[in-house]
Design a protein around this ligand. Structure first.
Ligand code: BT5
Length: 257
């Protein structure tokens, strides 16, 4: 059986559960420690973005991972966590939701339901940990949705999910994650765990902004996943590029980031 987390801690209000997991990790807490908050007032996404986490409306959860694989191979864990969200919710939803590289879960092609933020800290293998944060909108009906998110987000309630308890939903996701995580650590390549059928965007046109690394914008079509979880993008000349970082925009759905 998978070592399901025994250590769940629930906060009423917190800055970010990713931060509290980092603090717990620094204090020596074991792998599998899980923090869930009713509300986050400093929830964050990637690249300094804000993650809106209103009270009682979603699952705001972080899991402490202490992977045994080299830190440079751990980037794929974010996508594995996204797959765990998709798989963990499968039985609760009338139709499946969409997973987009590197960390997004969408209700349909343009409305975001949730996201994953894996942050790595420490001094390198084996002395590192990951705070794996999952944000998932459960029921936003009583929340005042910020203007910039209106029409761009979705929640589980509208998709017909009757389970609204964040702990129950979080448990399903962690349960779905653990076997994937163990197989990944035992050497199974990421594309064998996250297949083309799991990804919503294979064949879609994509634009990758690589300006933060000093590179030019790349345009092409998603060809699949590389061994370490990199996005493979085929440009017009047929050349395959490996995208490890960078801001990806799927051009068939312009509202996405
Ligand atoms: C993500 O970032 O999608 C990762 C989100 C991870 C949130 C969890 S909650 C528990 C843990 N603690 C944290 O502080 N974070 C993690 P990214 O791909 O950068 O997407 C961020 C973008 O999503 C924002 O710029 C908004 O456009 C949009 N967004 C913000 N809040 C949202 C929400 N509640 N639902 C849907 N979209 C949202």
């Amino acid at each position: 059986m998978s070592p399901l987390p025994k250590r769940w801690r629930v906060f009423d209000q917190i800055g970010s559960t990713n931060d509290s997991i980092h603090a717990a990790a620094a204090a020596g807490e074991p792998e599998g420690t899980v923090h869930v908050a009713h509300e986050q007032i400093g929830g964050r996404g990637r690249l300094g973005r804000t993650w809106w986490s209103p009270p009682g409306s979603g699952l705001w959860m972080s899991v402490l991972l202490r992977p045994k694989i080299p830190a440079e191979n751990a980037a794929g864990l974010s996508l594995l966590a996204g797959l765990a969200v998709k798989n963990g919710l499968r039985e609760l939803l009338p139709r499946s939701i969409s997973l987009y590289w590197p960390n997004d879960v969408y209700a349909d092609s343009s409305r975001k339901l949730g996201g994953v933020l894996c942050e790595i800290r420490g001094t390198g293998t084996p002395d590192y940990w990951i705070s794996c944060g999952v944000g998932l909108n459960i029921d936003l009906r009583s929340a005042d949705i910020p203007l910039e998110l209106r029409g761009r987000i979705a929640d589980l309630a509208e998709l017909g999910c009757e389970e609204r308890n964040p702990i129950a939903l979080g448990s399903r996701i962690v349960e779905a994650f653990w076997p994937l995580y163990e197989r990944f650590q035992s050497g199974v390549a990421l594309p064998d765990l996250v297949t083309a059928a799991d990804l919503a965007h294979v064949g879609e046109r994509v634009r990758v902004d690589r300006s933060s690394g000093g590179g030019e914008t790349l345009r092409g079509v998603v060809a699949g996943l590389g061994k370490r979880g990199e996005l493979l993008v085929r440009d017009r000349s047929g050349k395959i590029h490996e995208v490890l970082a960078g801001d990806v925009t799927y051009e068939e759905a312009s509202g996405r980031d």
